[in-house]
Design a protein around this ligand. Structure first.
Ligand code: UGA
Length: 442
């Protein structure tokens, strides 16, 4: 099939390279020249394991090409995939400006029509509305085909999805879209457009709910002296619950969960429904990311002059994405309270530079973070952090050598054996750090 993909962010770039690998003739289009230059050189403009290799392979085979939207002179093909961004609006809804301008561009470029496949995450009801407005009276067919790719494993998720979801108003359109995935082995859910759109939001909201639920149980563990790791394992073994997304810690971040949970809440409200559960999910998540701050205040009193090392800046491991990252929020608060912060991330330092307060010292390795620090906060469970030489790190720190493990990624006994005052989330709270004087230096 001949396919154009409009919008080359995380979803669009993986779709372009994945569809080409699956044997289609694919054109990737964006309005950002810098991105186009990267892709033409066989590189992804952001960190995503395996993506550059996949782009390079497509360029070598000759079935993938990249164009700036102003350069496109040829037909867009049988299928036009829309994968532009839908950033949050001020009220928490989804801003459809980029989606609408992409559709307008497609209409002008190919007035004879084609099948539009919406991969951008748009609020339920959007597709039907677009067909009644912007696409009304045009020869375009429309399908919703939400994406479930996880950053950091998006390439693997593309080729081994749990399911393919297609929402269309008629079966012929749904089957044209399904043909795009001929080589993918996965159950296919074919439904109407609005249901497909809601599947995407409900999936992300449910996963976010699981995380906030386990974080709430972790708080209870602290009160009761129970251990969240064992509790999560014990409940996750029930196949009706499942073990995924039961890792307690500083909560979810990224460009998807926070935005999509808020957007679903906003959508519900606009349709006359109070989705109370989602409000709690958001409140709990906002609280989780500042738990390390509470612990540090408890321990040091005032944080002015306290030297804190923050390990990890991305919103999770294996990505350089710092959008809605709990670590960035925490650092801003620490700096506001006068702490002296050093921070480390194996790949996200460059993307964090633009959003971090200027006084934060970015260091090259976990040891640099520990040097002279009185406290360390582990915010991202990168292997480079979890497998660091913690004994050596402890040896270059100053008392009280406090370690807040915001992802429950370390073995508490091992950390204590290194000399740390260890504190996890929902783990062994009885042994939580004892207060010391404000701003003590060793
Ligand atoms: C998420 C979904 O998992 C994808 O299916 C979806 O396609 C994507 O959003 C999207 O809508 O585009 P992603 O944002 O890449 O993918 O990240 P996840 O791996 O789902 O993690 C999200 C956040 O939850 C991270 O901050 C992670 O640290 C946190 N998390 C995850 C926990 O705090 N606990 C867990 O048990 C699992």
């Amino acid at each position: 099939m001949r396919i154009s993909v409009v919008g080359l962010g995380y979803v669009g770039s993986v779709a372009t390279a994945g569809l080409a690998q699956d044997g289609h003739q694919v054109v990737g289009i964006d309005t950002d020249w810098a991105k186009i230059e990267y892709y033409r050189a066989g590189q992804a403009p952001f960190y995503e394991p395996g993506l550059s290799e996949l782009v390079e392979a497509g360029l070598q085979r000759g079935n993938i090409r990249f164009f700036h939207s102003s350069e496109v002179r040829e037909p867009l093909g049988d299928i036009i995939v829309i994968a532009t961004g839908t950033p949050p609006t001020q009220t928490g809804g989804a801003d459809l400006t980029q989606v609408k301008s992409a559709l307008q561009w497609v209409k002008e470029k190919q007035p004879e029509g084609g099948v539009i496949v919406m991969k951008s995450t748009v609020p339920p009801g959007t597709g039907v509305r677009l067909m009644d407005t912007l696409l009304s009276g045009t020869p375009f067919d429309y399908a919703s085909n939400p994406e479930f790719l996880r950053e950091g494993r998006a390439v693997k998720d593309w080729f081994e999805p749990d399911r393919v979801v297609i929402g269309a108003s008629d079966e012929r359109v749904a089957h044209t879209v399904k043909a795009m995935y001929e080589r993918i082995q996965a159950p296919c859910v074919i439904t109407d457009i609005t249901s497909a759109e809601l599947i995407k939001y409900a999936a992300n909201a449910f996963l976010a709910t699981k995380i906030s639920f386990i974080n709430e149980v972790a708080m209870l563990c602290e009160k009761l002296g129970a251990t969240i790791d064992d509790v999560a394992k014990g409940i996750g073994l029930d196949p009706r619950i499942g073990p995924g997304f039961l890792r307690a810690g500083v909560g979810y971040g990224g460009s998807c969960f926070p935005k999509d949970v808020r957007a679903l809440d906003d959508l519900a409200l606009n349709n006359g429904h109070n989705f109370d559960l989602l409000r709690s999910v958001i409140t709990i998540n906002n609280r989780q990311r500042i738990l390390p701050l509470y612990s540090l205040r408890q321990l040091f009193g005032r944080l002015s002059g306290v030297r804190v090392g923050v390990l990890g800046l991305a919103f999770k491991p294996h990505t350089d994405d710092v959008r809605e990252s709990p670590s960035i929020d925490l650092i801003r608060l620490l700096v506001e309270e006068g702490a002296e912060v050093a921070a480390y991330d194996p790949v996200a330092a460059r993307s964090a530079e633009g959003v971090l307060p200027g006084v934060v010292r970015l260091v090259a390795d976990p040891l640099g973070c520990a040097e002279g620090a009185q406290a360390l906060v582990l915010m991202v469970e990168w292997p480079q952090i979890v497998k660091a030489d913690w004994g050596r790190m402890a040896s270059v720190m100053q008392p009280p050598m406090f370690l807040f493990d915001g992802r429950n990624a370390l073995n508490p006994a091992d950390a204590r054996a290194c000399g740390f005052q260890y504190r996890g989330v929902g783990r062994d709270a009885a042994r939580a750090a004892a207060p010391v004087h404000a701003g003590v230096r060793g």
